[in-house]
Design a protein around this ligand. Structure first.
Ligand SMILES: C[S@@+](CC[C@H](N)C(=O)[O-])C[C@H]1O[C@@H](n2cnc3c(N)ncnc32)[C@H](O)[C@@H]1O
Length: 246
């Protein structure tokens, strides 16, 4: 439910609703019915895009459902990390979206997986909430890559009273050691070159054979690797994660 039920796009003075829509991990069949309805009905689809690429993974997922003759694709380029100055870029991105909303257009900001887990939508949401508190926001959860990867690997993440930690894969051995001491299962996301370092650390931490690497879960290029010694830098893909189960 949105907080703007009394207004509609046909009313003069209507202010658009910002939808934060999780579009799932890759397989279009994992879109929720609600996500599908919203991405098909809004006039503006906003998609985050990294500085280093022209592709948008989230846009690829919903592409087949869009009508490009009627819907605007608003591509916003965001920094790939939390580098200094990133906050300003996100603020400007939020303002670009606000312009459409204040002109009476509903906007769906699509994110891969779920919008509330390591997503650029968090920054847009913050910008809209603080600068435009009258704008309605509705958030549509999506199937997170964490859940999709566990399904692809057929590994329960946690059972009974076990504890789960989700971390970005930028941690050094001390952080990893601490996480392993305190949690039963650790999911390392945002895989990058430091992952190979983390993998080497698994042996040092007595966890050899306990890691599973999942790339592009739920897509045609999915790969599940249980023998991590086989992984090379060429195998690494931004859209991959590591599940460590003690
Ligand atoms: C910016 S985060 C976005 C997470 C997303 N909001 C979610 O709920 O899955 C990007 C990270 O999600 C993970 N990821 C996204 N899609 C994936 C997929 N299909 N398979 C494996 N990992 C994926 C990767 O670790 C990637 O570096």
């Amino acid at each position: 439910m949105t907080t703007s039920e009394s207004s509609s796009p046909t009313n003069p003075g209507y202010i658009g609703c910002l939808y934060g829509v999780g579009v799932g991990p890759g397989d279009p069949e994992l879109l929720t019915r609600k996500a599908l309805r919203i991405v098909q009905q809004v006039p503006v689809i906003c998609t985050p895009q990294s500085e280093t690429s022209n592709e948008s993974y989230a846009l690829e997922i919903v592409s087949e459902f869009l009508d490009r003759s009627k819907q605007e694709i608003l591509r916003l380029t965001f920094p790939t990390d939390d580098a200094e100055g990133a906050a300003g870029v996100w603020r400007r991105g939020a303002e670009t979206i606000a312009e459409r909303l204040l002109a009476g257009q509903d906007v769906a900001f699509i994110t891969e997986g779920d919008p509330m887990l390591y997503s650029t939508f968090a920054y847009v949401l913050e910008g809209i909430k603080s600068n435009h508190p009258s704008i309605s926001v509705e958030i549509v959860p999506g199937v997170s890559s964490v859940m999709a990867a566990a399904a692809s690997a057929a590994i329960p993440l946690v059972t009974h009273g076990q504890r789960l930690a989700i971390l970005p894969a930028v941690y050094g051995i001390d952080d990893l050691r601490e996480a392993i001491a305190n949690y039963d299962t650790i999911v390392l996301m945002k895989v990058n070159r430091t992952l190979l370092q983390a993998l080497a650390n698994l042996e040092t931490l007595g966890l050899a054979g306990k890691g599973i690497y999942v790339r592009r879960a739920s897509t045609a290029s999915e790969r599940v690797v249980t023998d991590l010694s086989q992984l090379t830098e060429e195998d690494l893909d931004y859209f991959s994660l590591l599940i460590i189960r003690k």
